[in-house]
Design a protein around this ligand. Structure first.
Ligand SMILES: [Zn+2]
Length: 267
């Protein structure tokens, strides 16, 4: 199918969030003091979402962007995608109600070991690039089902949140296959389907992991943690194995957030 001329040069911001914490919460205070990577306040998140409404950006699903890239289906102008990585409890408790109120959908990429632990009322440590080794509350599988009911998509993000290129270097193809198959089996068991989209934990990837994971998933999303933040957009010629995104946290002042959309509007 021919892609319409109006969207050929379109640049899609994919905004990646981790934690959204209420003003005054202990978590927000503690992390703002420690550079704020991976964390944003509820007030800042609301302000950003209000900006999307004011400027008439159209929040679309990850699948819709992949259909546009792969099949040439249509996409509205000023399309933007919202992602939440890891499956933290605050995604359901804080971000979901805000987005539901605006009728915005998002995609959540949960760490399945985290959801298993939360569903069994255990806590679990995970290693993240943003916050180091942390033990924070994950959502349960019931929460994930709630996201689906709200029109969200669920993507895969491995079972353990390992740096998968490093895992591959140490333990070979089987270790990557195991991460995909373990997490996919849990998605199937608890939600009744296997995700189509994958986000690389900590952005760790190489050509071998792309090859293996592309047998399981329709798209693989990158993640950058550069400072200053790299402005990168997904466009019609972006590889489905290298979907671009922007990390958004407290280190992105509102002026910079606006700049994403100014730059995305330039063709
Ligand atoms: Zn992650």
């Amino acid at each position: 199918m021919a892609r319409s001329d109006t969207t050929t040069g379109q640049k899609i911001p994919i905004l990646v969030y981790h934690h959204v914490y209420a003003e005054g919460s202990a978590e927000l205070g503690a992390i703002e003091a420690d550079n704020g990577a991976g964390v944003i306040s509820e007030a800042a998140f609301r302000q950003q979402m209000a900006y999307l409404v004011d400027r008439e950006w159209n929040v679309v699903s990850t699948s819709r962007v992949l259909d546009w890239i792969i099949d040439g289906t249509s996409l509205p102008p000023r399309a933007v995608v919202i992602h939440f990585d890891n499956g933290w409890l605050d995604t359901v408790m804080v971000a979901l109600p805000i987005l539901q109120h605006l009728d915005f959908c998002a995609t959540c990429f949960p760490i399945t070991d985290g959801l298993e632990a939360a569903s069994e009322r255990r806590s679990i440590e995970v290693r993240t690039l943003t916050e180091g080794v942390i033990e924070k509350p994950f959502m349960t599988w019931d929460h994930a089902a709630e996201l689906l009911q709200a029109g969200w998509e669920i993507g895969a993000h491995t079972a353990t949140h390992c740096r998968i290129a490093e895992r591959h270097d140490e333990a070979g193809d089987e270790s990557v296959i195991q991460e995909a198959e373990t997490s996919n089996a849990l998605f199937e068991k608890h939600l009744g389907f296997v995700p189509r989209h994958f986000a690389y934990p900590s952005g760790s990837r190489n050509d071998s992991t792309d090859t293996i994971l592309s047998r399981y998933y329709r798209s693989l999303r990158l993640w950058h943690f550069d400072w200053p933040i790299r402005w990168s957009f997904t466009s019609a010629d972006t590889s489905q194995l290298a979907i671009e995104c922007q990390n958004i946290d407290v280190r992105v002042p509102f002026d910079d957030f606006e700049r994403i959309f100014t730059e995305a509007s330039l063709t």
